[in-house]
Design a binder for this molecule. Sequence first.
Ligand code: DOR
Ligand code: ZN
Length: 345
Amino acid sequence: MTDSLTLRRPDDWHLHLRDGAMLEAVLPETARHFARAIIMPNLVPPVVTAAQAAAYRERILKALPEGMDFTPLMTLYLTEETDPEDVTAAYANGIAQAVKLYPAGATTNSASGVRDFDRVRPVLEAMAAIGMPLCVHGEVTDPEIDIFDREAVFIDRVLDPIRRATPGLRVVMEHITTAEGVAYVRANPTGLGATITTHHLVINRNHILVGGIKPHYYCLPVAKRESHRLALREAAMSGDARFFLGTDSAPHVDPLKECACGCAGCFTATNTLSILAEVFEQDVRLDRLEGFTSLHGPAFYGLPPNEARITLTKGALVAYPAKIETGAGPVTVFDPGFPLHWHVS
Ligand code: DOR
Ligand code: ZN
């Protein structure tokens, strides 16, 4: 039985750090274990320009506790006014690694996102020309479409047409939640990858709704039925390099989760690696964990994998706080619903 595992230090290819007091509190939770992360730009107001991304990067580095080694990889929030030249310069100068597409109204702070996809065509063409990845929140916002179908419909109505119209555009389907998402990646061998979150490997929609509503399991895209969770697990553990970890760890203070109209987001930074080790062990796939957490993401983004290593050791129960205290209020840590035994060092 394996009880110790050494991996290259992982990266998180989709992370929300927020700003101010929240940033200060959540950043160490990620930096403790992860070397790099793709930082989501959905602040209020959003991080749209290269100058805003550079300033946000500075605020992140300033909030990083002494002695911690962490590199934020910045993204630009795509709007219908985004200037293609600003984007290409940000990529060339190393200020931003990717652009984030939020359909307007799809999720938290997405009001400035894209309504008319034709209006961002020049930006997408410029990105395709230089190989800059587009990170996509893949849900339609059409009120007629059932929330559980919004990812699958987005693939057909929006993503596939965009990819066909923009040859060479490199796309990351962020936080996929469906068997359709997995199948679309598999059917399109070039220029397409997908991140999978920790929580979508653990919960299905029953966890949110059965036996009382569980606001801390509510996120977007919302967790789907069990067959989809199993498809995600199979993809994450398949060894296919197009699937990699993006936690989408998304802190909201408890009063904004535990209320009549709760925010979407699961905060998993604190215990993500212990959960993933447990999940891969459950499926007898610990040998595939390093690819998912530490190798496939860098390969997609054209970056070297980290040289540093972490060790996961199986032992007594892993203790983690139910909540972390932040200057903005308490944030509940994701509870996977099973005990954790894998310690990270
Ligand atoms: O659950 C989510 N939370 N999904 C998103 O797409 C956004 C995120 C957030 O920023 O809170
Ligand atoms: Zn996100």
